[in-house]
Write a protein that binds this ligand. Sequence first.
Ligand SMILES: NC(=O)c1ccc[n+]([C@@H]2O[C@H](COP(=O)([O-])OP(=O)(O)OC[C@H]3O[C@@H](n4cnc5c(N)ncnc54)[C@H](OP(=O)(O)O)[C@@H]3O)[C@@H](O)[C@H]2O)c1
Length: 266
Amino acid sequence: MSPPINVAVHGAAGRMGQSILRLLGDCDDLSVVAVMVRPGSSLDGIAVSVAQSALLHASSLDDDLHPQVLIDFSNAAAFDGALALAVKRRIAFISGTTGLDARQRDALDRAAAIIPVLWSANFSLGVAVLARLVAQAAKALPGWDCEIAESHHSGKKDAPSGTAIALGREAAAARGQDFDRVAQLSGSGNDAPRMVGEIGFAVTRGGDIVGEHTVLFATRGERIELTHRATDRDIFARGAIEATRWIAGRDVGRYTVSDVVAGSSA
Ligand SMILES: NC(=O)c1ccc[n+]([C@@H]2O[C@H](COP(=O)([O-])OP(=O)(O)OC[C@H]3O[C@@H](n4cnc5c(N)ncnc54)[C@H](OP(=O)(O)O)[C@@H]3O)[C@@H](O)[C@H]2O)c1
């Protein structure tokens, strides 16, 4: 049996970090070597056990630790530090952190020249398939209006969700549009009538909704609605763990969840 893949989890105290650590505890082929929390966190230095290993929460990565994969689910402000660490220590980088700006998206591309990088706004297999369906529909129905509605729990910090924006980018790319020119994000002039070709976004926040996305294509007399509903946060954690197995030992480069899905079914 090959030795386990060593993994560091960044953002370990968060909801996603906790799900990932819990599921990693059941994976014999993956070994958690670092549980990373925010500098100043009350957990820094506090013991944590994952599977049979006794570890300490830490806000930095000790030099004697050599994770092959760093999994980051933190926030946009903490993301830069996680990516810089992965590049400096030559660790494959898996991230699901959303709310990234253009500079941070460019940084992912630059890092992919040095390490394997897989960032996704959504690690669910179902959403990877939804994105393909959206691209198909957008291309096949170029004159139809496209609107994207998303719902999440009341504590979500960014809006529209990274997944909604990623779906909008798929639709725009399939139509040869510049997403930033056609996107009408909530709260930015969304009250004006839609211009032809614009992609509108609507946001709902409430309760403990894990994540729902509907992409609507509409024209006179008919419409298509493509919907994905997540009811369990573990789907994202399972996807990130599958991606971790898939990316360990890969060549440098930029990868997507679709690559993982294609690789699993190959
Ligand atoms: N791609 C996907 O499939 C997917 C799915 C769900 C969520 N997400 C995204 O993943 C991210 C995390 O989501 P969540 O629901 O887990 O959020 P969360 O509960 O707020 O967790 C974020 C965690 O990051 C920690 N953090 C902040 N700065 C840090 C630093 N410098 N170093 C290490 N940890 C740091 C926070 O620590 P403190 O608690 O100490 O502040 C917090 O525990 C968000 O961007 C969310 O939108 C993505």
